[in-house]
Design a protein around this ligand. Sequence first.
Ligand code: PAF
Length: 306
Amino acid sequence: MTSQTPIAETIKDLSQELLLTLAQAKARLLAEDPESSRPLTVGFVPTMGALHEGHATLIRRAREQNDVVLLSIFVNPLQFGPGEDYERYPRTLEADAALAAAEGVDLIFAPSVEAMYPGGDPKITVSSGKLGTIFEGKTRPGHFDGVLTVVNKFFNILLPLTLPQDAQLTAYFGQKDAQQLALIQRMVKDFNQQITLKSVPVVRADDGLALSSRNQYLNEQEREAALVLSRTLATLREKYITGTLGPDALDQARAAIDSTEGVRLDYLEVVDTDTFEAPTSDQARVLALVAAFVGSTRLIDNMDIN
Ligand code: PAF
C-alpha cells in the first residue's frame, strides 16, 4: 500500500478508527480555539472506487468544508443486475488509496462484501418507489433499491459514531448520477436522517466526455463515438435557452445519437431535476438526461439546460 491513510475493512475497525479520528480532530479544534462552540464536521464521500478526477473533486469539496474526511470504497453487489459488470468492475484499491492520501482523506472504509452483508443478501431493503423504476431504474431493475440500501447502511453505520463528538455529517454525491442523487435526497427526507447532502457538478474531460469509472472499458474509437452524448446535451441546452427545443428537436437529437456508429441509445429526455417528470413551464431546474450503449459499455450523462 502506497499511502498512510488508514483503511478500515470491517465495521468494528471503522468504529475504532473513526471514533479516534473524531476525538483527535475535536481536541485539535479546542486547542486552536478553546472557546469554540462550533460543531465538528465530518465529510463522507461514498464511492465504488476506481477513483478519477470526478471523485477527486468530491473529496476536495469535502476536504475544504470539513474537519474530517471519510471515503468509502465498496463495489456494492446489490446494485448490479444479472449480466451487468459486477465481476469486471475495476477494483484499484492501491491507486485509490494513493489518490485519497494525496487529497487529504483521513480514513478509508473499504469493507468486504461479507462485512457489509453478513449472511448474504439482506432480507430487508430500501424500496426506491416510482422514481426508482423510470430511466435508469427501467433499464436496470432493482439498481436503485440496491443503491439506497447500501447508502442507508452507510448512514446508519456512521451517524451513531458521530454522536460522542456531536459531529455533523455531510455526504457528497456527484450530479453525474442525477437520478441517484434525487433518490438519496428523497430517502434522507423520508427517513428523517440527520445528514446534510451536497452535490458536485459533473466533471468532464477537456473534450466534454463526462468522467466515469466505466470509461476505462472504452477503446479509442468508442471513446470518440461517446462524445456524441455530451455534444447532444450541449445542443439541447442551446435550444432550450433560445426557446427552440420542441419535440422535433428532441427526436432529431435522439436520431443523432442512434445514427452514430457503435452507439445505441437507451433514452434521451428532458425532465424536472427533482421529480424526473416532464418539466412544467415555470420550472426552476430542467435536466437533459441521456443513457446509451457505446460498444458494450453503458454510459450516462446529464446537463442542466436552463
Ligand atoms: O455512485 C456510486 O458510486 C454508488 O452508487 C454509491 C453511491 C457509492 C453506492 O454504492
